[in-house]
Design a protein around this ligand. Sequence first.
Ligand code: SF4
Length: 493
Amino acid sequence: MVTGRDDSHHHIGGPTEKCGVVGVALGGRDAARPLYYSLYALQHRGQESAGIVTHDGFQQHSHVQMGLVGDAFDADDLDGLKGEAGIGHVRYPTAGDVSKSCAQPFAVSFKSGSLGLAHNGNLVNADELRDELENFGHAFTSTGDTEVIAHDLARNLLEEDLVRAVKRTMERIHGSYALTIMHDETVLGVRDPEGNRPLCIGKLDDGYVLASESAAIDTLDGELVRDVKPGELVVLDPDGSGFDSYQLVERDNTAHCFFEHIYFARPDSVMNDTLVYEVRRGLGRKLWEENGVDTDVVMPVPDSGRAFASGYAEAAQEDDATVEFAEGLMKNRYVGRTFIMPTQDERERAVRLKLNPIKSTVEGKSVTLIDDSIVRGTTSNQLVQLLYDAGATEVHMRIGAPPIVAPCYMGINMATREELIASDKSVEEVRDTIDADSLGYLSIDAVAEVLEKSRADLCLGCVTGEYPYDIDGEETDRDVSRPVVGAEAPLSD
Ligand code: SF4
């Protein structure tokens, strides 16, 4: 609830998700409806705005609107989006204003054709690039990163073919990005060289799709082909018959956002060849191994803690613990983003509106409450209180991630360092603040083990304070530096 708005579509107060992208090339039918359904499948990644850009072989069509996917489009809007190729975007604002000018996909026409861009991630050097491009006479209409990438690419396309132009832009931008791009009717997908944000390829009966998460491919009855590789450009054939791959930038290490697996992605998505739900259950099992406490019941914070709690309870029972899995908190699914945030002294009521304890599973019991993360600690504190009020004798909190100690610069709206409860508090101090009987987090090594990655191949910035990118005023544990921009002579356009 970083922005003071209610973000409870997916989680009860926590970091907000950051954008979903999709791209589709079909042979023989319009792309608008498949794009629309895919955006529905990615709605959890952004609720601020939704948009689709298509191309019918002659011209681009675009419809971008503030609000949820279901509100942003009606049947006429979809009918107007002609063409068998297109890209789509759901947005939660990262860089840039919360206004329609920053909603995506960003669409622009220029000398050598039209471009549409949908971006998930955040560039570290967008300001430098913007300054340089402005010096060359480019006029910007928004404050977002996406327009910077679009202008840079448009500029390179004046001199290079598509693949080389993308490579040149990739060598100039520094930060995290998963992009779907449309150049005239050709749909492309690009993933940053560190693979920080996810992007995958799916096959349909009559075409191909690129999407942030495989759940979007499932929605279209398609099959997941594979993840787009870090530094790879995928170009879909405009007739939907296949795709070409170009490995444009290679790095020794990746920097996958571990938090996607813990928090952002849908549990039914497959990332890095593993079902997210199973990863969360595996993390829950580890949580029992590292920090298990035998109480009468273990219960999830709905819905974010559910898979963790199920793995935790399973591992506990295998160890002959007596703890039972129970649903102890009931979620009101209809408290959405139209909910008017209460005044400061009414905030406690906000939690009661969203969650109500099931008395029979709580009263007179010792309880372990499981969630995926603690950001500011206010929600955790209210939940602990809620369980005590419902008659719990003890409340132990277990978290399926390490403490979040630092902000995210890669496009996740985590909170500022000052707002993060664990940034300057020990685990014992956090426990004391949220008023639980005990508190246990998962170790970073356990996360790496369950994700089957080395620490050097993950972004762990928000839990270590060391980032895989060259960010002003922050530490890095890697050999990274920003590309030098501004050194180039203006192109002769
Ligand atoms: S800092 Fe955290 S949330 Fe941000 S990309 Fe890295 S792991 Fe993900």
